[in-house]
Design a protein around this ligand. Structure first.
Ligand SMILES: C[S@@+](CC[C@H](N)C(=O)[O-])C[C@H]1O[C@@H](n2cnc3c(N)ncnc32)[C@H](O)[C@@H]1O
Length: 307
């Protein structure tokens, strides 16, 4: 499994607190961040490593035999349930490195890649229900166009959705390369020459299948609750909607009152700030890293500390 971790040093440097503390890696993936973290921790430290992809989890578990790590197959949106009751409010650092890992993209049969023929699946957790096939073949055209436009930031979302519906009225769309061909035919020729024309649509479908934005939204407050005062939350995003969500959440939790500025009377119950930002602007990859790892180009790291 080869997954080149992004913003590795930056993330671990920001996250590190007590070397014998408790840490959570919410997105184990290839274990790159986890390995770097564990190398900096002492004998008494403990790390909970979570991934919703059982194959990834089992592979990492085989490679990383370390009694300090507790591996959990689960979704980080259930963080409060994954953390033991006595650990709540005791965590020194939590990291999330969102999106898919290279391992998932490389496994052709999972259907994440627009380069390889496979069934339309794209589930990170194979035990969960909805597949890419369901969205492509059953979603109403308007909704499909909205998904592709909003989550893929695809300017030809409407045209692509129209072409998908036209094709599926003749026969169901069953494989990744069938879908790629429909997208290619739907977009203008110049667009086909720029980047891969199916890139954004595949991203949108993957985000929907795995409800990636919903998981982040639910997980962030739970992460804050799990941290101890002084504990840190580091989130790496690759998508503008994800980043906006993290930025807005951090900004709300760093304010003492979240009422609109001109509102004469406070109605939010006088919320107290729970977080302090460690970096006002997100940390991005160096030119060197962006050149050697193209995923790093869109990565943004935001870190906040619990007050
Ligand atoms: C970008 S990779 C992480 C790479 C890892 N930091 C490394 O250095 O190798 C993201 C991983 O998070 C997992 N993942 C994504 N969303 C998740 C969620 N809601 N709960 C748990 N795991 C999730 C994916 O299955 C994938 O393996």
């Amino acid at each position: 499994m080869i997954h080149q971790p992004v913003l590795l040093e930056e993330t671990i440097n920001c996250l590190m607190g007590d070397p014998n503390g408790l840490y959570i890696d919410c997105t184990l993936g290839g274990g790159g961040h986890l390995k770097a973290l564990i190398a900096r921790l002492g004998e008494q430290a403990r790390v909970i490593a979570i991934d919703r992809d059982i194959q990834i989890l089992e592979l990492c578990q085989e490679q990383l035999t370390d009694s300090r790590i507790r591996f959990v197959h689960g979704n980080f949106r259930d963080l409060s349930r994954i953390v033991e009751p006595e650990e709540l409010g005791q965590v020194d650092g939590i990291m999330m490195d969102l999106g898919v890992s290279s391992f998932q993209l490389d496994q052709a049969h999972r259907g994440f890649s627009f380069h390889q023929e496979a069934e339309l699946d794209m589930r990170m957790d194979k035990s969960s229900g909805l597949k890419a096939w369901d969205i492509i073949n059953l979603c109403p055209e308007e909704e499909l166009a909205d998904i592709i436009y909003r989550l893929g930031e695809e300017r030809y979302g409407r045209r692509i959705a129209g072409a998908i519906v036209k094709a599926r009225n003749i026969k169901t769309i069953d494989t990744t390369l069938e879908l790629v061909e429909i997208i290619k035919q739907a977009v203008p020729a110049h667009y086909r020459r720029e980047k891969h024309p199916a890139r954004r649509t595949f991203q949108a479908i993957r985000i929907t299948v795995n409800d990636e934005l919903g998981a982040i939204e639910e997980a962030l407050p739970q992460a804050v609750e799990a941290l101890k005062p002084g504990g840190k939350l580091a989130v790496i995003t690759f998508h503008s909607l994800e980043d906006r969500m993290v930025k807005r959440f951090f900004s709300e939790r760093t304010r003492n009152c979240i009422c609109p500025p001109r509102q004469p009377v406070c109605t939010c119950g006088g919320q107290r700030a729970q977080l302090r930002l460690l970096n006002r602007r997100p940390i991005t990859a160096s030119e060197e890293e962006s050149l050697s790892n193209h995923r790093a180009r869109s990565a943004k790291l935001r870190v906040a500390q619990k007050i």
